[in-house]
Design a protein around this ligand. Structure first.
Ligand SMILES: CC(=O)SCCNC(=O)CCNC(=O)[C@H](O)C(C)(C)COP(=O)(O)OP(=O)(O)OC[C@H]1O[C@@H](n2cnc3c(N)ncnc32)[C@H](O)[C@@H]1OP(=O)(O)O
Ligand SMILES: CC(C)C(=O)C(=O)O
Ligand SMILES: [Mg+2]
Length: 580
């Protein structure tokens, strides 16, 4: 690509670092989470949230279990200031929740921030200044010592104003643009800040290391974190926090690796909203833990409602492929995946497995409030019999014979291919009803009678065919046999193989049953049909008639034979079966 020579790495390797953390597989407990949706997320929106929208978002965060929430930058605007005041005045901060506020390391901004905090019981005051080489050179025009002084002066003011307020606020410091800062210098500044705050076991300080702009692969960021974790003063009294952004698309990976490297806390947002490419996505990080059997201690089980709130108040959209949350993340369109999922679900049901192992589904969609029928098996021209069968069985109780499933799924696939559209379960059922159940063309079952004579059954069947009424007669060793013989003889059909099954439609309010017939002709071609009725024998005859109707050339056959009975014969038959 042109202009590649304009770029070089913008990060700095730590001088020495113990990399043994890289041997760990995963974290074994949830970190302290801090949502920065209402500050970092909000400052990245085209239209920042209104007061009411912030309150709604805040209440959701509390409900999900966040114990630390950065509620804003009170010195930034009237809305930001008012929001914190509203939380205080409406008593919206539970005792176990700490609100966090961000401030630049500038005196008038810090003072305004403290004013906004009046009456807050538990607060974290978060002060930052940029320490990177680029910002020292281009923005602040200051030496390392002068940059350190901004941080230390800010830290002192936080300490003094807290004492003055008689409060017990906790403090957080961020060397902003940490990823573009030499790790030794970031360490020097953080240690100088900690020297001012003198953190204790009961009042720990938070050192937050942001990838304000992500500049390296995740193991490099993590080795920078490890370096600070291993060399910070007062380490046991410091909560080491991460604040990854996503410029290289690795925000979640940075958070996960940073935790392995020694961090205790994560700042991030729901669905990764935030400046430019966003902040680290707490939903993904938390759900990644969940999927490994580690309790994230945040509740993501109402994901659809969470998305609804998020999209409404931020005016952002959750991407359909957003991990764990997107509309399509549990969807399988392709036949072999659907087949494996349907079999995996059955296996799980039969074996009552303790652990989730269903192929192609990383987690159980139910755990995040999603539904199998609507979200998992989705039908289009890539789908197969497993998927169509799954929908028909799970949603409509229709359990077709295996070969019929195949036949029906090819039929459905063709419809989808021609329409160039996904087919929803209701559309699939409609296709089934229209083409495979109780069909009336070219022959329509009007009535029938069955009588047993010695060990034989005599069948009479009244049909409407070719615009005429016709009574057919046949006999056989069973009821269905008598009817099928009558029809086959009349229309010259030879059946070489026959498959039959039936079952109740358990969820059907009219307590109907369904019967299926597969009829193989002399060319070896099998045609399928189904019949639904409250009476089992009627359902079976309907299924047989449907399979006959669906046979190739049946319309021509019916027209050619042009069978008809006289009105007197039909009237007599009707009277004999009690039909008027
Ligand atoms: C990576 C991050 O997300 S950091 C958070 C960023 N978020 C925001 O900025 C949103 C809220 N901010 C605001 O509303 C405004 O910036 C305010 C109200 C806080 C301040 O506005 P202004 O007074 O106009 O200052 P502005 O933010 O433009 O900063 C410019 C000055 O502050 C200095 N400055 C910027 N950040 C800091 C800091 N963290 N500490 C100390 N000084 C700083 C700059 O060097 C510059 O100084 P100069 O005037 O001597 O050149
Ligand atoms: C204020 C700091 C922590 C920040 O948002 C960043 O550096 O990304
Ligand atoms: Mg940020």
């Amino acid at each position: 690509m042109k202009n590649v020579e304009h770029y070089k790495k913008g990060y700095y390797m730590p001088p020495v670092v113990d990399m043994s953390w890289a041997q760990k597989e995963c974290t074994d407990k949830a970190p302290t989470w801090c949502s920065v949706d209402l500050r970092d997320g909000n400052q990245a929106l085209i239209i920042p949230m209104s007061l009411d929208e912030k309150i709604e978002f805040y209440k959701t965060l509390v409900h999900m279990g966040f114990k630390e929430i950065e509620v804003g930058f009170p010195a930034a605007s009237e809305t930001e200031y008012e929001f914190l005041r509203t939380l205080v005045e409406q008593d919206l901060i539970p005792d176990d929740v700490t609100v966090q506020v961000l401030t630049q390391a500038r005196e008038h901004i810090i003072r305004k921030t403290f004013k906004a905090l009046e009456g807050v019981k538990n607060a974290i005051v978060h002060v930052y200044n940029s320490t990177s080489v680029a910002q020292r050179q281009q923005v602040f025009h200051k030496s390392r010592a002068e940059i350190k002084k901004i941080a230390v002066d800010g830290a002192r003011l936080l300490r003094d104003l807290t004492i003055e307020a008689g409060a017990n606020y906790r403090f957080e410091y961020s060397p902003e643009s940490f990823t573009g800062t030499e790790p030794e210098f970031a360490l020097e500044v953080c240690n100088a800040v900690l020297d001012v705050w003198q953190p204790t076991r009961d009042r720990k300080a938070i050192i937050n290391l942001p990838s304000t702009v992500q500049m390296s692969m995740s193991h490099i960021y993590a080795s920078q974190i490890a370096f600070l974790s291993q060399h910070l003063k007062y380490r046991e009294n410091v909560v080491l926090s991460l604040h990854p952004h996503n410029d290289r698309g690795c925000g979640v990976a940075d958070a996960e690796m940073g935790l392995l490297a020694g961090a205790d806390r994560i700042e991030g947002t729901l669905f990764g909203n935030g400046e430019r490419t966003g902040n680290a996505d707490i939903v993904t990080i938390g759900m990644n833990m969940f999927a490994l059997g580690i309790d994230p201690e945040l509740d993501f089980s109402h994901m659809p409602e969470l998305i609804d709130m998020y999209e409404r108040v931020t005016r952002m959209e959750v991407h359909p492929r957003q991990p764990y949350a997107g509309k399509l993340v549990f969807a399988a369109f392709s036949g072999s995946h659907q087949d494996a999922i349907a079999k995996g679900m059955k296996f799980r049901e039969e074996r009552d497995e303790a652990y989730w192992t269903v192929p192609y589904l990383y987690i159980d969609p139910h755990d995040v409030g999603r539904r199998y029928e609507a979200d998992v098996i989705r039908i289009n021209s890539q789908s197969g019999k497993g998927g169509v069968g799954f929908i028909m069985e799970q949603k409509y109780d229709v359990n077709m014979p295996k070969k019929m499933r195949e036949d029906f799924s090819y039929f459905v696939k063709e419809v989808s291919d021609h329409k160039h559209q996904e087919l929803k379960p209701a559309e699939i059922y409609q296709i089934f009803s229209q083409y495979y159940v109780n069909t009336k063309d070219p022959i329509r079952l009007e009535n029938f009678s069955l009588q047993k004579r010695a060990d034989r059954w005599l069948g009479q069947i009244l049909l409407q065919a070719n615009g005429e009424e016709v009574i057919l007669q046949g006999q056989g060793n069973g009821q269905l046999n008598a009817v099928s013989n009558a029809i086959c003889k009349a229309y010259g059909i030879t059946i070489t193989n026959l498959v039959y099954s039936e079952h109740d439609l358990d969820r059907d309010s009219g307590s109907r049953g369904i019967a299926y017939f597969g009829l193989t002709d002399t060319n070896g071609k099998t045609t399928w049909g189904a019949g639904i009725d409250t009476d089992t024998i009627t359902a079976s005859i309907m299924a047989f008639v449907t399979a006959i109707n669906r046979m190739e050339g049946m319309t021509e056959r019916v027209r050619f034979r042009a069978l008809k009975s006289s009105p007197a014969e039909v009237g007599q038959f009707r009277a004999s079966v009690g039909q008027h």
